[in-house]
Write a protein that binds this ligand. Structure first.
Ligand code: PGA
Length: 259
């Protein structure tokens, strides 16, 4: 299969914001096709956002095919620190790239919590994905008890400093700030919390020399809250779970996003 090349720039060097959907373990190949068929009917040219979808890995190929001709980037939800070898069940970023995907999601809180992925492991995954020419979307976020104990900044600094320790700071990267307590719960961080946390992340990234990083917010983003959230300084876009599963609600979020 010929890799799909997309000439769009991937970071906030453009004026575009990023609206990325994380489908987790949802959708069959047929449902992936239906989603993109629905999306094609909508007025994507009117959007000012760069769209991206992270389909379940077994449907990556179906998503690349279905998104052909659309300005939607496709990415893997996981990406191994290994390229090949005796690593049963792993996902080679090199092959992900060959299949026509352009992004790799690394460090989602479900991977950290449910699959025991450590900061050290994630640093290797980030590096290998970048070396394979995938743009990394690296996720960070605090739990509710960490926020209540005033540990948010400490936790985020630890996750970012460790997770990016092997990364190339000159390569564009997406950082998704997703408070764990806001993921799939319908609870949304307040504008003040998002403003303060994104500013903290931006300053830390500048200190670490990641000047071309885009910072996405994630956690119960919907069309109803996207407009307000998108106007907060240092919010360069969104990582959307539940509301990205339907083409219309995903489109509505992008439409509500102010660039
Ligand atoms: P949610 O998920 O939008 O359903 O809260 C976000 C995510 O897990 O990336």
């Amino acid at each position: 299969m010929e890799p799909r090349r997309n000439k769009l720039k991937l970071h906030n060097g453009t004026k575009k914001k990023i609206v990325a959907g994380n489908w987790k373990l949802h959708k069959s190949p047929a449902e992936v096709g239906e989603f993109f068929a629905e999306l094609k009917k909508l007025d994507l040219a009117a959007l000012n956002s760069q769209l991206a979808i992270f389909p379940a890995l077994v449907t990556l190929s179906a998503a690349v095919e279905a998104a052909r001709g659309l300005a939607v980037l496709i990415g893997s939800q996981n990406s191994s620190q290994h390229l090949q070898g005796a690593f049963t069940g792993e996902v080679s970023p090199k092959v992900v790239k060959q299949m026509g995907a352009e992004l790799a999601l690394v460090g989602h809180s479900e991977r950290r919590v449910l699959f025991g992925e450590t900061d050290q492991l994630l640093a290797g995954k980030v590096k290998q994905a970048q070396d394979s020419e995938l743009t990394v979307c690296f996720c960070v976020g605090e739990t509710l008890s960490e926020r209540e104990a005033n540990l948010t900044e400490k936790v985020l600094a630890q996750q970012l400093e460790a997770g990016l320790s092997l990364a190339n700071s000159k390569t564009p990267i997406w950082i998704a700030y997703e408070p764990v307590w806001a993921i799939g719960t319908g609870k949304i961080a307040t504008s003040g919390q998002v403003r303060q946390t994104h500013e903290f992340i931006r300053n830390l990234l500048l200190k670490l020399d990641f000047k071309s990083a885009a910072i996405l917010y994630g956690g119960s983003v919907k069309a109803e809250n996207a407009k307000e959230l998108s106007q907060i300084p240092n919010v360069d876009g969104f990582l959307v779970g539940g509301a990205s599963l339907e083409a219309s609600s995903f489109f509505d979020i992008a439409k509500a996003t102010v660039c």
